[in-house]
Design a binder for this molecule. Structure first.
Ligand SMILES: [Zn+2]
Length: 135
């Protein structure tokens, strides 16, 4: 029995995803206040980095901040004045709840609706965990 060969074989069978070290940098909003509105300059980029539907992230913010708003190109305009730190606190919460896998902590996930329940499905470890549904 060639023990060394066995070990090599076992290593090769590891899925590619498990071997690569992914370093996920949490994105953050860049915003400024203009009159009675708050403009998030990089809203579309953040949604893209998180691989989430901008509409989902927008609805989340509206609910959390109890406000409304609209898209303007890649920007999001919010009614009301919100500080950068407040917005990014919400974004961190969103990322932890709707983006990072609760089992392995990786961001390679998708949101899937199934039987009226929203799940976060992880492409890295295969875990599927229910997440709170936004009303
Ligand atoms: Zn996972």
């Amino acid at each position: 029995m060639d023990y060394k060969k066995l070990l090599d074989g076992a290593y090769q069978e590891l899925p590619e995803k498990a071997k690569e070290k992914t370093r996920f940098k949490m994105p953050s909003f860049e915003s400024f206040i203009q009159g009675k509105e708050t403009i998030i300059k990089n809203f579309a980029n953040v949604a893209n980095d998180l691989r989430r539907d901008p509409n989902h992230l927008m609805k989340f913010l509206f609910k959390e901040l109890a406000t409304v708003g609209s898209f303007n190109g890649s920007r999001l305009i919010l009614k009301g004045r919100f500080r950068d730190i407040e917005l990014n606190k919400r974004l961190d919460y969103y990322t932890k709840t709707y983006v990072l896998c609760p089992a392995c902590g990786k961001p390679d996930t998708q949101l899937v609706h199934q039987g009226g329940v929203l799940f976060i499905r992880c492409e890295a470890c295969g875990a599927r965990s229910p997440v709170p549904v936004m009303k």
